[in-house]
Design a protein around this ligand. Structure first.
Ligand SMILES: [Zn+2]
Length: 879
């Protein structure tokens, strides 16, 4: 699955899981009918194993209900009378057990016990089910199509003519297959699936496998029968009934790839087809295993909570993660679409072919898929310069991992809310950074051949953390080394002291296996340090070359002085990654109270001559985030001085930018950021140019194309007067491009006066879709006067929000972190804590609350330590 996370300011925060055991002793649990429920654990018994599901499903897009039946071939491992499986919010009409000849074991209708708090049902068979015999479980069931984003849910879209159309789609990961059919909903229970779907004549049905045949069954209905699936976990099953249009192509190895979208967005599907074809071919070669299904569909669903989902053979996407309009989408949009496709396609092997045994190791899926985004794009789309973004991934992980509320990569997670919270920055981003470090250690070839070994060894089955380490390399106890990274939380801190030719290397916080420490002394790579004697006297030493290792380095005073001086006189002596990582390490150490702010600010003093977008945006990003925090505290003199300083200091960079789509992706990304900042800071030439472009765009009634990378900035400036704002809202209502709409929305939010109205529209869900509400709330909270409004809104509508975005989901976590992290005073912290105390019953198991409040504590600490330093430093620079 691909996360959609809000981007937070410099103290990045994410979410985590709290361990608790919700099992209770046997015999205490009562089913809904008052009888004892025969199973007391959250996880299913292992003595009944599903082998093959035969599923028939019929969604009615008018009544918005679905009915279904499932015949599950089961393998009985121990004699028993009970079959326990998952079911959530389903009405079970009938349940029977059949023998291997499909004869009923009993003439009676079997009673079904329900235990909703564990989302389980139990079926009693009067005749003992004997170990080693074959049986079938047959159930009929029904439910309304779900209203949210999980299970078998309803999605809608509007045509240009204003007609609302309905479709039905699934999203099961991690624990929602049980909302669409009774099943053994745990990743270890891999089975084959044969799916049949009933639909009306104007719709199509899709599932994991290709269509085998269609049968007309009367009453104007058709039944689509799909080929038998490969063995897979229940969370990967998918089916959709819709009226979409598609475009198809075939890979060199004969895999049919199809991109689906709502009919009027068909012209936005072509880039995704090209990307999917190229990336699938890449993975087949890289993993040395052919993609095992005959087809792969990629479909953009109008209502979708995550970024995308890797259902085997039928991957689902948010529209912004799949659709690309060459006239409207920006360079960043293109990169995003390509990365998300790279992610979901990597999952077809990592996750689908080899699956983690349990959700505690979800990083085996997500860390890998996140890392493969970079590996695949670097190989297939070198011009997109995806490597520019990898450091950001690790910086994000470090921000989260430096909090006490962090967790080890492999952590306990039992119940659905805890499992949901495992889909976080630790699993995705820290996972990817650890793998990157390992790849550098093993070499590219060593890493790739180890991965191939791992995939071959565990294909169509499940694996654990240690299975990966055991497969990667022989002769070295990799497990012992890697456990220091995956079983303990936190970011390691390496300290360096230099005395003459001797380097003393120390470790703090999370002790790690030191073979991963590489460093650069005049470009010579060394490893295995502790105390090291250099061959000759050197001017400077930089550890963690290219930030290939997941740790932060703190130098002694002389060390920092030497590196600051090096950047000043000859910054290209270090790679751009080294420059960006120095900036990051320095400001991270400032936050931790280990380095003075002066030093970090002096270190970035060289940025005037920096030409690479990564270090430049890294340094600028810190200054901007300080500005945003101080602005919210209404500290007028520093806000004013910092803005003046940034505009003066980076003036050359700003003035150099063109208002066009020319240049390489990295130039375009820099342009997008820099011009957005300049206009946000009211830099007159920027405002003038943006206003001019906005007026021409309005005069042409949207017919002329704005440069795509700067269009958001143009809208932002255009929205500043009432008529401009109203025009954008009107355009928002009719646009057929989601990336364009998200740019309109950012612009609309920048006007404080209308924030209430927009929040209401987001809550209502008609004009602004509910899927966009979390990012809408976050955008409001980022606004200098919007953070109180956003927080009040969250408090007031808490119950409704939790109904839309269940506890533990991305949506609710983004809302909590996005609003709370804007605060930076003790009064605000108390206010936030009091609110969460008042709903403690609901949120006590959510680690995200701790993450959010810990970030506020960090903000408070940062201001108390650094505000005066910042004030004086700015006064000196501006005088
Ligand atoms: Zn994923």
């Amino acid at each position: 699955m691909h996360l959609l996370l809000v981007i937070l300011f410099f103290l990045e925060a994410q979410f985590c899981v709290q361990s608790s055991d919700s099992n209770s002793p046997a015999g205490e649990n009562l089913a809904t009918n008052g009888l004892p429920f025969p199973w007391s654990k959250v996880r299913l018994p292992s003595y009944i194993v599903p082998v093959h599901y035969h599923l028939l499903i019929h969604p009615n897009l008018t009544t918005l209900r679905f009915n279904g039946s499932v015949k599950i071939e089961i393998d009985v491992k121990n004699n028993t009378n009970w079959v326990v499986l998952h079911s959530k919010n389903l009405k079970i009409f009938t349940a029977t057990v059949l023998d291997e000849h499909e004869a009923h074991l009993s003439d009676k209708v079997l009673s079904v016990l329900e235990y909703p708090s564990h989302e389980q049902i139990a079926i009693f068979s009067p005749k003992i089910l004997t170990s080693g015999e074959k049986y079938f479980l047959y159930l009929e069931f029904g439910a309304p199509l779900s209203d949210g984003f999980y299970g078998f849910y309803k999605s809608t879209y509007k045509t240009k003519a204003g007609e609302t159309r309905v479709l039905a789609s699934t999203h099961f990961e991690p624990t929602s297959a049980r909302m669409a059919l009774p099943c053994f909903d745990e990743p270890i229970f891999k089975a084959n699936y044969t799916v049949r779907i009933r639909r009306g004549p104007s719709h199509i049905a899709l599932s994991n496998m290709p269509l085998e045949q269609t049968v007309e069954i009367g009453n104007g209905l058709f039944e689509d029968q799909f080929e038998v699936s490969v063995r897979m976990s229940s969370y990967l099953l998918a089916f959709i009934v819709c009226d979409f249009r598609s475009v198809s192509g075939m890979t060199a190895t004969g895999i049919n790839i199809t991109i689906y979208a709502v009919p009027e967005k068909w012209h936005q599907t072509h880039y995704a087809l090209e990307a999917a074809l190229r990336l699938l071919e890449f993975y087949e070669q890289y993993f040395n295993i052919l993609y095992p299904l005959p087809k792969l569909d990629l479909i953009a669903i109008p209502d979708f909570q995550a970024g995308a989902m890797e259902n085997w053979g039928l991957t689902t996407y948010r529209e912004t993660s799949l659709l690309y309009d060459p006239d409207i989408s920006s360079a960043s949009d293109k990169l995003w679409v390509t990365m998300v496709i790279g992610h979901e396609l990597a999952h077809q092997w990592f996750g689908n072919l080899v699956t983690m045994e349990w959700w505690n190791d979800i990083w085996l899926n997500e860390g890998f898929a996140r890392y493969m985004e970079f590996v695949s794009l670097e190989a297939v789309y070198p011009e997109l310069k995806v490597e520019d973004h990898f450091l950001d991934t690790c910086f994000g992980a470090i921000g989260r991992d430096s909090l006490n509320s962090s967790r080890p990569i492999s952590s306990l997670a039992e119940n659905p809310a805890q499992i949901e919270e495992m889909f976080d920055t630790v699993s995705y981003d820290k996972g990817a950074c650890i793998l990157h470090m390992l790849r550098n250690f093993l070499t590219n070839e060593g890493f790739q051949s180890g991965i191939i070994r791992y995939l071959h060894r565990f294909k169509y089955s499940n694996a654990r953390n240690e299975d990966l380490w055991d497969s990667l390399i022989k002769h070295i106890d990799l497990k012992k080394m890697m456990y220091t990274w995956t079983l303990q939380k936190g970011i390691p801190l390496i300290t360096v002291k230099r005395q003459g030719r001797k380097l003393y290397i120390g470790q703090e916080l999370s002790p790690i296996y030191v073979r991963f420490i590489h460093f650069t002394v005049h470009n010579t790579s060394l490893s295995n340090p502790d105390v090291l004697t250099l061959d000759e006297e050197v001017d400077w030493v930089k550890l963690n070359s290219d930030m290939n290792g997941y740790y932060i380095v703190h130098y002694d005073e002389e060390g920092w002085n030497a590196l600051t001086e090096l950047l000043r006189i000859n910054h290209t002596a270090l790679s751009f990654k080294d420059r960006a990582s120095l900036i990051h390490n320095a400001f991270q150490l400032v936050t931790a109270g280990r380095l003075s702010l002066n030093r970090a600010l002096d270190l970035i003093g060289y940025l005037k001559s920096e030409t690479h977008n990564v270090p430049l945006l890294q340094g600028l990003g810190y200054l901007q985030s300080f500005y945003k925090m101080i602005e919210k505290r209404n500290i007028a003199d520093i806000t004013h001085n910092l803005k003046t300083y940034i505009l003066q200091y980076f003036r050359d960079v700003i003035d150099k930018q063109s208002w066009s789509d020319d240049g390489m992706v990295s130039d375009r990304r820099l342009r997008e950021e820099v011009l957005s900042l300049a206009c946000d800071f009211d830099y007159p030439p920027c405002l003038e140019k943006a206003k001019h472009l906005y007026n021409s765009w309005v005069e042409s009634n949207g017919a002329i194309s704005l440069p795509t990378d700067v269009s958001e900035t143009v809208y932002m400036v255009g929205a500043q007067d009432d008529s401009g704002w109203a025009y954008l809202l009107e355009k928002y209502g009719v646009s057929m491009c989601e990336t364009e709409k998200s740019k309109f929305l950012s612009a609309l939010i920048s006007i404080t006066y209308f924030i209430h109205l927009l929040l209401q529209l987001g809550m209502d869900g008609t004009l602004i879709k509910t899927q966009n509400l979390p990012s809408l709330i976050y955008l409001v909270a980022k606004n200098p006067v919007g953070h109180f409004l956003a927080w009040d809104f969250v408090k007031k509508h808490w119950d409704e929000l939790v109904e839309k975005f269940p506890l533990g989901s991305f949506g609710i976590r983004n809302i909590i972190v996005g609003t709370v992290t804007q605060f930076s005073s003790t009064e605000e912290l108390r206010e936030v804590e009091n609110f969460f105390k008042s709903i403690t019953e609901q949120v006590s198991e959510l680690r995200v609350i701790q993450v959010a409040t810990e970030n506020v504590e960090k903000n408070i600490m940062w201001l108390s330590r650094n505000l005066e330093t910042m004030r004086t430093w700015l006064q000196q620079r501006l005088n």
